[in-house]
Design a protein around this ligand. Structure first.
Ligand code: GAR
Length: 214
């Protein structure tokens, strides 16, 4: 059975969704860069090994990346899942795990990379927003896309209401992408996603709601 590791920094709701999804693999560790990450308790309650590699006690990013990589490699995982992991990882680290590391990002990439995606979506007035699972490559939030889910942006949305609508979708698409990878239905080749996964029905396209028309 394939082995996977989840990296978190905080609440860990995506980690919970992954652990509750009965994935075709074994979670061998949950690692956080923050000792106070709420998600660590849930992982422990599931009997999963946890570790903290605290970025604040390392001299620089290279030292942190090296400690994190060593902790990950100790478990020899087939897949590394970034689930609300809020540290930027250096190029050497990313290359070491390239092709076996996925991330969930709370926007329809390539729109809104980085932080505060919901705030930016509201500021730009987009009518569709959402989330993306992608392979991690050295350029932040730019790796090949595996799956996305879209939600409508409503006229009275706040950052909080929009982020919770997106989060519901995150909890669906991340376990789906992880399952595909662990089943061997997904890999990277020459920087592109190669997959044997169901294709969306073109009739199922989401149309933005039309408002303000006579
Ligand atoms: C999630 O919305 C995730 O997409 C986002 O942080 C949140 C973590 O929530 N990740 C990023 O912004 C990564 N750049 P969680 O800890 O409850 O899963």
């Amino acid at each position: 059975m394939k082995k996977y590791i989840i990296l978190i920094s905080g609440r860990g709701s995506n980690m919970e969704a992954l652990l509750n999804a009965d994935l075709p693999g074994r979670c061998v560790a949950v690692i956080s860069n923050r000792p106070d990450a709420g998600g660590l308790d849930f992982a422990r309650s599931k009997g999963i090994a946890t570790a903290v590699i605290d970025h604040r006690v390392h001299a620089d990013r290279n030292a942190f990346d090296a400690a994190l990589a060593a902790e990950i490699e100790r478990h020899a995982p087939d897949l590394v899942l970034l689930a609300g992991f809020m540290r930027v990882l250096g190029d050497d680290f990313v290359r070491r795990f390239e092709g076996r590391m996925l991330n969930i990002h709370p926007s329809l990439l390539p729109a809104f990379p980085g932080m505060h995606t919901h705030r930016e979506a509201l500021a730009k007035g987009v009518k569709l927003h959402g989330c993306t699972v992608h392979f991690v490559t050295p350029t932040l939030d730019s790796g090949p896309i595996v799956i996305q889910a879209a939600v409508p942006v409503l006229g009275d949305d706040t950052e909080a209401s929009l982020s919770s609508r997106v989060l519901v979708q995150e909890h669906l698409i991340y376990p789906q992408a992880a399952a595909w990878f662990l089943q061997g239905r997904l890999h990277l080749a020459d920087g592109r996603v190669v997959s044997r996964i169901p294709q969306p029905d073109s009739d199922a396209m989401i149309a933005p709601p039309l408002t303000g028309l006579p």
